[in-house]
Design a protein around this ligand. Structure first.
Ligand SMILES: *Cc1c(COP(=O)(O)O)cnc(C)c1O
Length: 234
């Protein structure tokens, strides 16, 4: 099942790249394995996947410890400052940085471990009340502040677009995030790369690719629907 799903997703990524005049290599597929067992991750690995996304610190650590070290783990969920120390040397990218305080903590823990942590700033691009992420206007000021930290590197922006039945509804949000990304990139801020634009999920990754995504985060489309039980909800 995972093999077939991956073939299907891969075909659609290719088609979206073609439509947008982009190369397939410009887009990294992150397989979002949250709530899914190790065996399913191993199956995706057999199909060549090495980028996996998790939204909970504990779950990421558990999987990190049970699986080969050539996996790149992406933390895509909200991160509390008190959990940074457990994750900073395990996540290849932290997609969900949305405050100065969190960036400061990541820098501190990365410094202790003598590494440079790749981070993305999470943007609430559609200004949804219930969402994590920084408001559009606050992104540049935050990045300027955070750029001074030597043990983190701002690599780009991330967003979780609104839930919608019609992916076309999110095109404007992806376009707006891309514009913000290009604007910030053009300022050539020291210690800020702006080479990653993480946007698009199962329902809208093709539109996101057309609008410039360099990382897409696909869960359901690869692993099937998630079952949340009471323990997962904490
Ligand atoms: C769960 C999750 C995804 C994947 O969602 P699907 O709709 O299953 O593809 C992507 N990004 C984030 C931040 C998530 O929490």
């Amino acid at each position: 099942m995972i093999w077939d799903n991956l073939n299907y997703v891969e075909a659609r990524i290719n088609a979206a790249c073609k439509r947008a005049g982009r190369l397939r290599e410009e887009v990294t597929l992150i397989a979002v394995s949250k709530t899914k067992p190790i065996e399913m991750i191993e199956e995706a690995m057999k199909a060549g996947i090495r980028e996996f996304g998790e939204n909970k610190v504990q779950e990421l650590i558990r999987k990190y410890e049970s699986l080969p070290t050539d996996i790149h783990w992406h933390l895509i969920g909200h991160l509390q400052t008190n959990k940074v120390k457990y994750i900073v040397d395990k996540a290849a990218f932290i997609h969900s940085v949305d405050s100065y305080r969190l960036a400061e903590q990541i820098n501190k823990e990365a410094e202790k471990k003598n590494i440079v942590s790749n981070i993305l700033i999470e943007v609430n691009i559609a200004e949804e009340e219930s969402k994590f992420g920084v408001a559009k206007e606050e992104v540049l000021p935050l990045i300027i502040e955070v750029a001074k930290f030597k043990n983190i590197r701002v690599r780009g922006l991330m967003t979780v677009a609104p839930y919608t039945e019609d992916a076309e509804n999110n095109r404007i949000h992806f376009r707006n995030l891309r514009q913000l990304y290009v604007d910030i990139k053009s300022k050539n801020i020291d210690n800020v790369s702006m080479d990653v634009l993480s946007m698009g999920m199962t329902g809208d990754y093709e539109v996101a690719i057309e609008e410039g995504a360099t990382m897409i985060r696909v869960g359901t489309g690869i692993f099937g629907e998630r079952n949340y039980n009471i323990l997962d909800r904490r």
